[in-house]
Design a protein around this ligand. Structure first.
Ligand code: MG
Length: 394
């Protein structure tokens, strides 16, 4: 007996029974559908476990109260599942994409990604989206029959949110839509927007708790002020912590409701009969209303100026970049200092005519590090006080 999805699927949803399949053919599992299997493989991967010690804005050891990439991914999955279920789309697929979407991120969030991309500028660059796909397609090495997690096309397509034409050319079927200028599935589209919804809101929360921004500052932002007014009117005597939570949960809700309503109306206008009708659109079908886009932009600009560019965040970013650059240069200058497994990986990729394969292997090793592992590795290599052999043991 074949297990199938238990929710109701529209004809333009991804259907696990009509999946475009896996790179290495496998039988459908007995009690799960194919997208559930994808999700389960993601949860059991090493890259997923490492998300717990990777950060987006703040460095992991700065405190236990802040989001990590793991809790971020869980929040994205929560939002994506709600939207998928309401619109008759495949909830399991949306969940799988959400849990995998950040697997390729470097340590130290955006700062780490920028630094590694800079290190890789002569070797094809580094892009976290592409790296997430590389993790699930190649870098997880524990299945006997195949490299990577051998996920379905639909999950892989959702992971690859953006891609340059040059890289798309190398990727085969999963890169084709960037060449044809067609669209991804609705599940992929909605998970991308769930990501944005999650981080815009949790960065407000983390920023407030970190003391980098204040409620007073945020009252200049329409999206925040509207919900703040509602909360204060209803609960005149609650404390700041409660205000923050009550406002943020409402902000997430209005964004999600707007996204569902706008997308549903777009779907009605298109009147799709199949997923192909969605793919062949010139623009994504999942969208926020124009009014919400404006409000979101105002919030994003506020966060960029007051949070992401805060001097205390810059100080962390500067140190993070220095660590990534120093590690990259050290490994490239003398690969013999790489741990055995990482060196073997680099040697497999190494092309005798160029350093590009070597650099890619080093980037894979660095990208796979958690924040704290990168700091410890830096200490092991550069701190002269750690000259004893005991400290050099990984
Ligand atoms: Mg994300």
């Amino acid at each position: 007996m074949e297990h199938t999805y238990s929710g109701s699927l529209t004809p333009y949803a991804c259907n696990d029974k009509k999946s475009l399949g896996r790179l290495f053919e496998e039988e459908t599992p007995i009690y799960r559908n194919n997208y559930q299997r994808d999700r389960d493989r993601i949860i059991h991967s090493a890259a997923f476990r490492r998300l717990e010690y990777k950060t987006q804005v703040f460095v992991n050891h700065e405190g236990d109260l802040f989001r990590t990439r793991l809790t971020h991914s869980l929040e994205v999955a929560q939002i994506a599942r709600s939207i998928a279920r309401e619109l008759g789309l495949h909830e399991d697929l949306a969940e799988a994409i959400a849990l995998a979407h950040d697997l390729g991120h470097t340590p130290f969030g955006h700062a780490g990604q920028t630094a590694l991309n800079q290190c890789m500028k002569d070797y094809g660059g580094f892009e976290h989206n592409l790296q997430s796909l590389r993790v699930v397609d190649k870098l997880e090495q524990k299945y006997a029959d195949f490299a990577g997690l051998n996920l379905t096309f639909e999950t892989r397509e959702g992971i690859l949110k953006h891609c340059s034409q040059a890289n798309a050319n190398e990727l085969g079927a999963v890169g084709q839509r960037f060449l044809d200028k067609t669209q991804a599935s609705l599940e992929a589209q909605l998970t991308d927007l769930s990501d944005e919804t999650a981080y815009n809101n949790h960065d407000v929360d983390d920023g407030l708790r970190y003391g980098l921004i204040s409620i007073d500052d945020l009252l200049k932002i329409e999206l925040f002020r509207q919900q703040h007014d509602i909360v204060i009117k209803r609960y005149p005597s609650i404390n700041d912590r409660q205000i923050i939570h009550e406002v943020i949960r409402r902000m997430i809700n209005v964004m999600v409701v707007d996204l569902i309503d706008t997308s549903r109306s777009n779907i009605q206008n298109i009147n799709p009969k199949s997923i192909e009708d969605i793919r062949n659109q010139n623009n994504p079908t999942m969208a926020f209303s124009d009014a919400m886009c404006e409000q979101k932009l105002e919030l994003k600009q506020f966060l960029r100026k007051n949070l992401y560019q805060h001097y205390r965040v810059h100080r962390m970013s500067m140190k993070a970049c220095a660590i990534i650059e120093a590690l990259f240069d050290a490994f490239m200058n003398d690969p013999r200092i790489l741990p055995t497994e990482a060196l073997e990986h680099c040697q497999k990729l190494k092309d005798s005519s160029s350093q590009e394969g070597m650099a890619r292997g080093v980037a894979d090793y660095i990208a796979g590090m958690t924040d704290r592992y990168a700091i410890v590795e830096y200490e092991r290599i550069f701190n002269p006080r750690q000259l004893s052999f005991v400290n050099l043991i990984p």
